[in-house]
Design a protein around this ligand. Structure first.
Ligand code: HEC
Length: 92
């Protein structure tokens, strides 16, 4: 399950699922949001979809959420774990 993956991989040290900001942005109500990011230092607005979430996890430095440090470690997840995490984030 998605929540189990987030717990096992240490994601919840930096991300809440209840709306509270931690080191990183909350994952609550993230899906479909217009997110302000920096791409190579340039501000951009993107809509959060499956591809955005997958990229945020697999290549965290590509798009850095504005107002947050580029502090997310790259954590290897299997394809199945990624799918479960994306499905779980969608449900929040
Ligand atoms: C050491 C703290 C830390 C850990 C551990 C961490 N993250 Fe992050 N994460 C961040 C920070 C800081 C950002 C915002 C800056 C950025 O975009 O890189 C972020 C951004 C994100 C985003 C984009 C959020 C948005 O609002 O657009 C997602 C999705 C995400 N992380 C998922 C995960 C998942 C899944 C894991 C576990 C595999 C994880 N993170 C582990 C710190 C962390």
């Amino acid at each position: 399950m998605g929540l189990g993956v987030l717990t096992a991989k240490g994601c919840l040290a930096c991300h809440s699922v209840d709306g509270k900001p931690k080191v990183g942005p909350t994952l609550k109500a993230l899906y479909g949001k217009e997110q302000q990011v920096l791409v190579a230092g340039n501000p951009k607005t993107v809509t959060v979809d499956d591809a955005y979430i997958r990229r945020a996890i697999t290549r965290p430095m590509d798009q850095v959420v504005r107002g947050y440090p580029p502090a997310m470690p790259q954590t290897p997840l299997t394809e199945q774990e990624l799918n479960e995490v994306v499905r779980y984030i969608k449900s929040l």
